[in-house]
Design a protein around this ligand. Structure first.
Ligand SMILES: [Fe+2]
Length: 204
């Protein structure tokens, strides 16, 4: 998720070429009665339960994706595994001690699950700070507007993150997740590995 963190710190260096067709679909605008409607803004998000199923399935096949996931000392890296008009999925590598910073996920909802290792999630809700450990098999839901941080432990970790609609913008915060500092677009120029019409690769 290096550059700006996206999708819980996603970086896409070294990933296969982007799907021009997907980009076209996601950015397509239609004109109806003189009103231009961005299709990406009117698609309802996929339910959290379905996103959890996708994340869990991809986590079970994570080893198949590892050769495509860059590894850089001391830096988070990411791979945009799948991109569709309705959701996208990322595999993230967390070297020990890495973290994001307090952030939201724009208009997307999402889930994430740990494949190997352990992550700490810090979440701010109504000025209250809550910390929890996320271990393999746990699935964390991210509602719209959630502000959180994700922090690696003392060992390397892998995680899968799924967003609906696909993650486009992230906001970054200070002062305990209260004060918005900046909004940054997510770099998706190097992905996804699989276009929307590919078969779902969740089989171990
Ligand atoms: Fe996040």
């Amino acid at each position: 998720m290096i550059g700006p963190c996206f999708g819980c710190c996603i970086s896409t260096s070294g990933v296969a070429s982007a799907s021009a067709a997907l980009t076209l679909v996601e950015r397509t605008a239609v004109t109806t009665n003189s009103l231009v409607v961005d299709l990406a803004t009117i698609r309802p998000p996929i339910a959290h339960t379905a996103l959890a199923d996708i994340a869990t399935g991809l986590a079970q096949s994570a080893r198949r994706w590892l050769p495509l996931l860059p590894a850089l000392d001391g830096q988070r890296t990411g791979l945009r595994m799948i991109g569709t008009p309705d959701y996208d999925a990322w595999l993230l590598r967390w070297p020990p001690g890495t973290a994001v910073s307090p952030h939201d996920h724009g208009d997307s909802v999402g889930v994430f699950t740990v494949v190997t290792g352990q992550l700490t999630e810090v979440r701010w809700e109504h000025a209250r700070r809550r910390t929890r450990q996320v271990r393999p098999g746990h699935v964390i839901s991210l509602g719209r507007g959630v502000v959180h941080d994700v922090i690696a432990g003392t060992t390397a970790s892998l995680s899968v993150h799924v967003y609906s609609p696909p993650l486009e913008v992230m906001g970054y915060y200070a002062d305990g997740g209260v004060r918005l500092l900046d909004r940054q677009p997510v770099d998706r120029t190097d992905g996804p590995v699989l276009p929307p019409r590919a078969l779902h690769p969740s089989s171990p």
